[in-house]
Design a protein around this ligand. Structure first.
Ligand SMILES: [Zn+2]
Length: 216
């Protein structure tokens, strides 16, 4: 008998569509990072319409990733996020436990200015003990995904934004980025965000970026 070749398991992409936390849980607070005294609300609820939009984008992204041979886990597959104790610590742990090649957090933006529009990608700053283990890979992923999603959608490129204050990054042990897919407070962009065709474009852009970052 020839030796069996153990095929490495395909890379797992952890999709984290934002929000959807029951309000009573969302109002609770949690530590912004391991050992921190700084507490932050679990889920402020997000921009108007955001939770439903980002779930649909995540579902489409999942379909395309599976087609390409990735494994996929999602922190929520329905309107409500119920994993663990809720909140962003739980979201990070969900992806950590699955040893994800990437935690891809999908959000939409809001602004008091209705003219604000475009796409940006957030990534963790390099903080010793919290994100020093994921900083470089997260930044690589952020660059790849931001470039690809702007090409796929033609949206305004708002660039990359380093963040020190995102609980979901600070608890992550796997590369982690957060894509703000557009402004629901901009009427024209919201119409797009709520159209099937544009959601597929967003998903294609996300997947093209993932593919540049990690092979299945
Ligand atoms: Zn959000």
């Amino acid at each position: 008998m020839p030796l069996a070749h153990l095929a490495a398991a395909a890379a797992l992409i952890c999709l984290d569509p934002g929000h959807g936390t029951p309000p009573a849980v969302g109002a609770q607070v949690e530590r912004i990072g391991p050992g921190s005294k700084v507490m932050k609300i679990k889920d402020g609820g997000g921009a108007p319409g955001e939770a439903a939009i980002v779930l649909r984008v995540a579902q489409k992204t999942r379909t395309l990733l599976l087609k390409r041979g990735y494994r996929v886990a999602m922190t929520r597959t329905g309107p409500t996020f119920t994993y663990g104790t809720g909140g962003n610590v739980a979201r990070a742990k969900f992806c950590n436990e699955r040893h994800a090649a990437l935690m891809l957090r999908i959000h939409a933006d809001g602004s008091v200015s209705p003219s604000a529009h475009g796409i940006k990608t957030l990534y963790p700053v390099n903080r010793r003990g919290w994100t020093d283990d994921i900083y470089a890979r997260s930044l690589s992923a952020a660059r790849a995904v931001q470039r690809s999603i702007v090409v796929a959608t033609g949206a305004r490129d708002l660039g990359l934004v380093p963040r020190s204050d995102l609980t979901g990054f600070n608890w992550a042990d796997v590369p982690s980025i957060l894509v703000e897919t557009g402004f629901t407070t901009n009427p024209a962009e919201r119409r797009k965000l709520e159209s099937d065709a544009y959601e597929w474009r967003l998903a294609r852009g996300l997947v093209a970026g993932v593919a540049r970052f990690v092979r299945p």
